[in-house]
Ligand binder design. Structure first.
Ligand code: NAD
Length: 351
């Protein structure tokens, strides 16, 4: 290993296989080891990358060549594993959501500060060029007063997705934090708050419609943003055959609508030359497009490289990560508030 390379260990080899791939491809970092308690997952991945393989996370944490770990275990174990890594002096990239409980994310924030290590969370939608473009337009005030912020995540998962040794935690309250909203929809919940700002209160409803699953497979919520905009989000894993995720932002002076990464509306009163460029670049056309609406593995195929690069930069330069835990926690607050509202039938105000 070169002296200035940052050594990474990857924990949890479902989505973590995407982490291992990203670490193996990003310059300046090295995949030192992978870890999964399931040998059927650990051994082939360690062989594929020619790195060390551990069945025990504790053992991987005692590997002196590892400076940073990525955590891709069941979501309800994220904080537990990240806290172990922080206690061992490692920097951490934790999968989305940072944890299923806000208090546990706060514990991670405090522990990272005390230990002087960098901790960041995956929300790769924030890094996509079209989403950055929309964010810039919001920040420049081009929408005028925002009146509507709407998202639909009408995905589909077979019952088999919720079964088996690596499926039975999905759609459970303890380990997934919920269902279609906490697992699939949380990317879009985070994207909405990243694009337009914090949510003040929610009114939600959820249910189980098409699966044998504990928490929910269908959710709808009304969102009131701190800036006064009204919004909605609906998520499902029950909507056969699974359709594109759509996001619509409506303002007095302009509106934008996209489906997955394809732009359908980009229209502002103060039209600029760049607007036509943006419509051409991101509009429907001959795009090779990865659909995630019915394929659980598709979403992880991009975006993780940027997260690894960012964590490596923070470790080297001492700067804050692009996605701090403080900013990643709001999506979990929103998700949990929607569930609370669904249970109580009342509007829930966020702190
Ligand atoms: N960013 C994305 O687009 C994206 C996509 C899918 C999943 N995810 C997230 O990735 C995480 C993992 O999801 P998944 O579908 O890969 O789950 P999974 O159940 O397939 O994989 C989790 C793995 O972690 C291992 N594991 C758990 N605790 C362990 C421990 N203490 N020691 C060793 N191994 C341990 C399990 O054996 C399992 O192989 C979830 O938090 C999920 O939300 C993110």
């Amino acid at each position: 290993m070169c002296q200035d390379e940052i050594g990474f260990g990857v924990l949890g080899l479902g989505m973590g296989t995407h982490h291992a791939l990203a670490v193996s491809e990003v310059p300046g970092v090295k995949l030192v080891a992978v870890c999964d308690q399931d040998p059927m997952r650990m051994q082939p991945t360690a062989e594929k990358y020619g790195c060390r393989g551990y069945l025990s996370f504790e053992e991987m944490l005692s590997d002196p060549e590892i400076q940073a770990v990525t955590v891709a275990t069941e979501s309800g174990k994220h904080a537990e594993c990240a806290l172990m890594a922080i206690a061992a002096g490692k920097h951490v990239l934790v999968e989305k959501p940072a944890d299923v409980k806000v208090e546990r994310i706060d514990e991670m924030i405090e522990a990272a500060k005390r230990a002087g290590v960098k901790v960041t969370s995956v929300f790769q939608s924030r890094t996509l060029p079209l989403n950055r473009c929309i964010k810039n337009a919001v920040d420049e005030g081009r929408f005028g007063k925002l009146v509507g912020v709407h998202a639909l995540v009408p995905w589909y998962r077979e019952q088999s997705y919720y079964e088996g040794p690596h499926g039975d935690w999905k759609g459970t309250w303890a380990l997934d934090g919920g269902g279609s909203l906490a697992n699939q929809g949380v990317h879009t919940v985070d994207l909405l708050q990243f694009l337009v700002g914090r949510v003040k209160s929610v009114f939600g409803a959820f249910g189980v419609y098409a699966h044998d699953v504990e928490a929910e497979d269908t959710t709808t919520a009304l969102l009131k943003f701190e800036n006064g905009a009204l919004g909605t989000i609906s998520t499902a894993t029950s909507a056969y055959p699974g359709m594109a995720t759509s996001v619509t932002i409506l303002g007095w002076n302009g509106s934008v609508q996209k489906q997955d990464d394809v732009l359908h509306v980009w229209k502002f009163r103060d039209e600029t030359e760049e607007d036509e460029e943006i419509r051409k670049r991101y509009g429907p056309g001959d795009k090779s497009h990865v659909g995630v609406s019915s394929d659980p593995n598709a979403l992880g195929a991009y975006g993780h490289h940027g997260h690894i690069e960012d964590l490596a930069k923070c470790i080297r330069e001492g700067c804050d990560p692009f996605i701090t835990l403080e900013s990643a926690r709001h999506a979990v607050e929103i998700v949990n508030a929607i569930y609370e509202s669904g249970r109580t039938g009342k509007e829930v105000f966020l702190s």
